[in-house]
Design a binder for this molecule. Structure first.
Ligand SMILES: Cc1cc2nc3c(=O)[nH]c(=O)nc-3n(C[C@H](O)[C@H](O)[C@H](O)COP(=O)(O)OP(=O)(O)OC[C@H]3O[C@@H](n4cnc5c(N)ncnc54)[C@H](O)[C@@H]3O)c2cc1C
Length: 500
């Protein structure tokens, strides 16, 4: 059907070229006679939190999102399908590691443990719960349910349990329609970014500093002094950027918007990426949720290298484990020297996969704490300290191990086979400022308030504006499409009114 042009084509600036910004720009650009759209992106590349690094493994290693969460009703999955990506489905988690006992268990076995079963029941029953009013935090909530072993799962939400709001957790559980499968693509996620960006007008290295929406139009001032005058702005920067007031609004944003911005929590996220010369973990292992441990979650990923194989650098190792830390723990760990982060991570992996740990697991015995202390000290002594070459790499620390090795590969396999790695601290990413927003204590309603347009000129998208929380890739895309639809509706109404 041929599109009826507006009396005048409208100019739209999309601030931020992550998934939300790309989705918004794409939705509006599919009406080329109606809208002239430009993406202003502060960084030198598109993608926002979607990023990978080369040189660690024989494939590009994702330093931001890695998995498509769920395979039903998911806009990101739909894009991957359209692109013909091959997809691998995995269940999360397939192992648990009980750190206080040094026990690695397959999920089926772990779920026989009444405490783990109990925490599962609490989380899987959230959608049926009546939201508490006033809100309570997840730590109090779990204690009130008689649960004491509360370390599990807060990490997955991207924050500590004290900051996790039960009302928003219930809201998320009720809106989560994607299913629980983890999906991995046969290529880096940046391929999806390239696909979404094709044909769009993009200006990189353009950090927006001021948005003046006091007049009839909006004037955006870029750090280098350039100005853009447009009819509409879609703002997709992370909520942390708004909290840090990296953009000046003239006039200031309404009070209710400011309150909403400050109510939504976005904690830090740290990825500890470790390369090994040998695969010493069970071949069927994908993801391990670890209680009482330095790394609360560890996963092994491997991608077919047909797409995006790094031909220019020889990788540090052929096998990779990723440790994932969020919330207060991520903040605390990020203050440690990088070498210490590697040592602690390797100690944990030695305990998880070393001979002592495996023997205990085989015989179904718990390692008592005094034994564990010896075990740790031993591993600690065997791992070399962080003296060797250190260089900075996309603001993460990149560390190559070329020194003392433990004598025994069966006892300390992680330390023995370690080749090097890098620590990515998302709080250091200047235009992101953290991991992702999380269901926040006392923030009920804040996301909808943040999403509301201001004066039909400023529109808001980005993962934190999703009413169902969902701080994931499909959530971000859906908010971009929603903001584009809001502009189309507003403009159509204005045009119709002017004809009357
Ligand atoms: C470590 C980590 C792991 C994750 N794992 C997963 C996962 O496995 N699966 C999943 O679905 N999701 C995951 N996520 C969440 C997912 O990455 C985000 O929800 C999603 O990418 C957010 O997209 P966005 O467009 O809302 O924001 P962003 O990607 O943050 O995009 C915002 C853009 O705005 C730009 N910007 C900022 N300030 C300015 C300015 N002043 N002017 C112009 N531009 C500006 C930024 O550079 C950025 O490109 C993970 C995130 C992290 C950090």
């Amino acid at each position: 059907m041929e599109e009826k042009a507006f009396a005048q084509q409208r100019k739209v600036a999309v601030v931020g070229g992550g998934l939300a910004g790309l989705a918004a720009a794409r939705a509006l650009s599919s009406h080329p006679t109606l809208f002239d759209v430009v993406i202003l992106e502060a960084a030198p590349a598109l993608g926002g939190r979607v990023k990978h690094i080369n040189g660690i493994a024989p494939w590009p290693v994702e330093i931001g999102p890695e998995f498509l969460h769920g395979k039903v009703n998911s806009s990101i999955k739909q894009i991957a399908d359209e692109m013909g990506c091959k997809q691998r489905e995995l269940s999360y988690p397939d192992h648990y590691y009980i750190g206080s006992e040094c026990r690695l268990l397959k999920s089926e076995k772990a779920l026989e443990n009444p405490e783990i079963q109990h925490v599962h029941e609490i989380f899987s029953g959230l959608a049926e719960e009546v939201p508490p009013n006033p809100d309570v935090n997840m730590k109090e909530y779990m204690l009130s349910k008689g649960f004491t072993h509360i370390a599990i799962y807060g990490n997955d939400f991207g924050c500590s349990l004290e900051h996790l709001g039960v009302r928003e957790c219930i809201q998320e559980a009720q809106h989560w329609t994607y299913g629980d499968t983890y999906v991995i693509l046969d290529r880096p996620l940046s391929c999806l970014i390239e696909h979404l960006a094709s044909g769009l007008s993009v200006i990189l290295d353009s950090a927006v500093e001021t948005i003046d929406y006091s007049g009839q139009n909006c004037t955006l001032k870029i750090r280098d002094g350039r100005h853009f005058i447009v009819d509409y702005v879609i703002l997709t920067v992370s909520v942390k950027m708004l909290q840090q007031r990296v953009i000046d609004f003239v006039p200031p944003l309404p009070n209710e918007k400011e309150k909403a911005v400050n109510a939504i929590g976005m904690s830090n996220a740290l990825k500890v990426i470790l390369a090994f010369s040998h695969c010493f973990w069970p071949i069927d292992m994908f993801d391990v949720v670890c209680t009482d441990s330095f790394l609360p979650e560890v996963w092994a990923t491997e991608y077919p290298t047909a797409h995006g194989k790094d031909k220019h650098m020889s990788p540090l190792g052929q096998h990779v484990l990723v440790g994932f830390i969020t919330g207060d723990s991520a903040t605390a760990v990020s203050l440690l020297p990088p070498g210490e982060i590697f040592i602690q991570s390797l100690c944990q992996l030695d305990a998880m996969f070393g001979k002592d740990g495996m023997i205990m697991q085989e015989h179904n015995l718990a390692i008592d704490l005094s034994k564990k202390a010896q075990f740790r000290t031993k591993s600690h002594g065997n791992v070399d300290c962080p003296n060797p070459s250190q260089r900075y790499f996309t603001r993460g620390c990149f560390f190559e191990s070329d020194t003392l090795r433990p004598q025994d590969c069966t006892e300390s396999p992680a330390s023995y086979y370690f080749q090097g790695g890098c620590v990515i601290n998302w709080a250091d990413e200047v235009y992101i400022g953290g991991g992702y927003s999380h269901p926040s204590f006392n923030a009920h309603g804040a996301r909808s308030t943040l999403a509301k347009p201001v004066l039909e000129k400023l529109y808001f998208a980005g993962e934190a504006t999703h009413p169902g929380v969902n701080p994931c890739m499909q959530g971000a895309i859906d908010t971009g499409v929603r903001a584009a639809d809001e502009i189309i509706t507003a403009e159509s109404r204005k045009q119709n009114n002017s004809k009357l």
